[in-house]
Write a protein that binds this ligand. Structure first.
Ligand code: HSE
Length: 403
């Protein structure tokens, strides 16, 4: 039996303990010795839990037990998760995590620490919840030159946007539902302002490039300005609004252009049908062409399942480092203002003349019940040109087109 410990008995941590317990037979097919959770670290006690006897409150109990070979860090946040993770890796104990905040901020450092101590730092659950995404990039696509990765990477906001599209649902009530279902972050601002998606697309860009794309360098807009009116127009365009993380490698400069923002997605695009808490990620490789991975991007069991896939990997490679190509060298972001795309724009009605002058190739868009404003779609323009021209208009909202 390989002994493991789980740090944090919240939504994901409790899921990890259950998945290891309930799917022990499946785990033993790959790893016949089996995996056993010896400790659960949490400040709280859980007297009614079937796992109550595993709960400890002192990290040193786990640190000082030489039987522990794998730790699942499902605490989230920076501290004490960062210090705990380092202390285990320094001892040659592998760490598997769902903590995207820590991975985005310190991924390469922790990977290097694991390598130096002949253990592993794995984080499959940190992006795309239950979707086997990072392992696909690191293993199945290792031969590819990946030129684009983009998609829906946040379950909470996709849940909210789906309800707004279908039912014209109220933003706050829908957010509350997502929180109740365990999808949202402790601080949901991170979901709705796009920071969670920004961290995830930064992690993906880093793994694709092999260097570090800092999440602070991801241009980031959330969904708080998206309204029922936007969805009315989207419907007449045969589109929907989705919060996307987009990472595109310029074929000439080789720079990565990375952003997180709401996009209008056509009903002909497969991402249009990615609804509720589901995530969908497109990958374009120079040989394999387009791939799309789809699954539950948040929630207890899907996320826990991804953590456990890492646990099995670590158990099968005890005493060895599992390669993650992510060097500390920082890559500079490409110039966002040079990116070319179309925009959907809503302005006050008295901006029509100025809008027609600024965007002579515009296409007018109308929607039922939308009086007193002028809405249109621009021709393809750079972000820089758009910002310059839109500055002279009384803008109500603008949303980028995907493709
Ligand atoms: N809050 C995140 C989401 C959890 O909704 O996608 C999974 O990373």
């Amino acid at each position: 039996m390989t002994e493991a410990a789980v740090l944090g008995f919240g939504t994901v941590g409790s899921g990890v303990v259950e998945v290891i317990d309930r799917n022990q037979a499946a785990i033993r097919v790959q790893f016949p010795e089996g995996i056993h959770v010896k400790y659960i670290l949490d400040l709280r006690s859980f007297p009614d839990s079937p796992y109550a006897d595993k709960v400890v409150h002192d990290i040193n109990v786990i640190r000082e037990d030489p039987e522990i070979r794998i730790v699942c860090e499902t605490m989230g946040g920076m501290e004490p998760a960062f210090s705990f993770t380092k202390s285990f890796l320094e001892k040659g104990v592998s760490v598997c995590t769902s903590n995207k905040e820590l991975v985005a901020a310190h991924g390469p450092e922790l990977i290097a620490l694991a390598k130096a101590n002949r253990c592993s730092y794995l984080f499959e659950a940190s992006v795309g919840g239950g979707i086997p995404l990072l392992r696909t990039i690191e293993s199945s696509l290792v031969q590819e030159r990946i030129t684009a990765v983009y998609g829906i990477l946040n379950g909470t906001t996709n849940y909210i946007l789906t309800k707004m599209a279908r039912e014209g649902a109220d933003f706050d009530a829908t957010l509350k539902e997502a929180q109740d279902k365990g999808y949202a972050e402790r601080n949901p601002e991170s979901d709705i302002e796009g920071h969670d998606t920004a961290r995830k697309i930064a992690i993906l860009t880093s793994l694709v490039s092999g260097s570090t794309f800092r999440y602070e360098d991801v241009y980031c807009e959330g969904i708080t300005k998206i309204t029922a009116a936007d969805f009315k127009y989207a419907k007449t365009l045969g589109m929907s609004v989705k919060l996307l993380g987009v990472s595109r490698r310029d074929p000439e400069t080789l720079e990565f252009h990375v952003l997180t923002a709401p996009f209008l997605v056509s009903c002909e695009h497969p991402l249009y049908s990615v609804n509720d808490v589901f995530n969908g990620v497109f990958i374009h490789g120079n040989m394999v062409d387009d791939l799309m991975l789809y699954g539950r991007g948040a929630g207890k069991y899907p996320t826990a399942s991804a953590v456990v896939s890492d646990v099995i990997d670590c158990a099968s490679h005890d005493g060895r480092w599992i390669t993650r190509r992510w060097d500390p060298e920082v890559i500079e972001p490409g110039d966002r203002l040079s990116e070319v795309r179309r925009f959907f724009v809503r302005t006050d009605a008295d901006s029509e003349e100025a809008a027609r002058k600024a965007f002579p190739g515009l296409t007018v868009v109308t929607a039922d019940g939308m009086e007193g404003e002028f809405a249109f779609v621009t021709d393809r323009v750079t972000e820089g040109e758009f910002e310059g021209k839109a500055a002279g208009l009384k803008l109500r909202n603008r949303i980028r087109f995907l493709n």
